[in-house]
Write a protein that binds this ligand. Structure first.
Ligand code: HEC
Length: 184
C-alpha cells in the first residue's frame, strides 16, 4: 500500500519551496534596489500591467468639467510649472537634472495624455503611484485644480512660445534658477 500521506506531503513541500525560495533570495539581499539599475522582466511587464488595471478600476468615469477652457488651462499651467515640469518636462522644455535619475522614468506628457481617459489622468495626479517618483497631489490640491491640470495636459502639444518660456522659468535646472536661489 502506498503511503496515503504522500500526496498531501508533496503538495505541502511544493508550496513551502515556492514560498521559501523567493523569501531566501530577498533575505540574502539578492535584489539590487538602486534607481540606476535596469528593471527586471517582472518589473517591466507585470507591474505596468497591474498598474493600468488598478487605475482603470478606480478612475472616475466623468468628463473633465474644464476641458478646453482657456482660463482653466492658464491655471493648470501655473500648477504644472510649480509641481510637474521638474520631472515630466514639456515639449521643448527640459525637466530638471533629477528627472534623468528617476526609475521608472517620468514619461513625457507632451502627447496631451494621448488616449488616456481624463478620469485616469485625474486619478493618477490625485493619488500618485506608490513606489515610483509620482507624488499624490490630492493632499495639496483640490479636485478642481487637478481637473485644470488635466485640461492643461491636453494643451501641451499646442504650447505657445510665451507659455514655454513661462514653464522654463521655474524648471530649476538652468542658470536662471541658480540666480533666483542666490537672491534669497
Ligand atoms: C518627482 C517626480 C515627479 C513629479 C514632480 C511629478 N511626476 Fe508624474 N510621474 C512621475 C513618474 C516617475 C511617473 C511614472 C510612474 C510609473 O511608471 O509607474 C509619473 C506618471 C505620471 C502620469 C501617468 C502617465 C502615464 O502615461 O500613465 C501622469 C498623468 C502624471 N505623472 C502627471 C503629473 C502631473 C500633472 C504632475 C504635477 C502636478 C506630476 N506628474 C508630477 C514622476 C513625477
Amino acid at each position: 500500500m502506498k503511503n496515503k500521506w504522500m500526496i498531501p506531503f508533496s503538495f505541502g513541500a511544493g508550496i513551502l519551496v515556492t514560498l521559501l525560495v523567493p523569501i531566501i533570495l530577498l533575505a540574502l539581499g539578492a535584489i539590487n534596489m538602486g534607481a540606476d539599475v535596469t528593471p527586471g522582466l517582472i518589473e517591466k511587464t507585470l507591474a505596468p500591467w497591474a498598474l493600468d488595471r488598478s487605475v482603470e478600476r478606480r478612475a472616475p468615469k466623468e468628463k473633465n468639467p474644464y476641458a478646453g477652457e482657456p482660463a482653466a488651462i492658464a491655471t493648470g499651467l501655473d500648477h504644472y510649472r510649480e509641481n510637474c515640469v521638474i520631472c515630466h518636462g514639456a515639449p521643448d522644455v527640459a525637466g530638471a537634472e533629477l528627472s534623468k535619475g528617476i526609475n521608472p522614468p517620468a514619461p513625457s506628457l507632451g502627447e496631451g495624455g494621448s488616449d488616456t481617459p481624463d478620469g485616469e489622468l485625474f486619478w493618477v495626479i490625485k493619488h500618485g503611484i506608490r513606489m515610483t517618483a509620482m507624488p499624490a497631489f490630492g493632499p495639496t490640491h483640490s479636485d478642481e485644480e487637478i481637473w485644470k491640470l488635466v485640461a492643461f495636459i491636453h494643451h501641451l502639444p499646442a504650447l505657445t512660445a510665451p507659455e514655454r518660456e513661462s514653464l522654463r522659468k521655474r524648471s530649476p535646472d538652468g542658470a536662471q534658477s541658480t540666480a533666483t536661489t542666490a537672491k534669497r
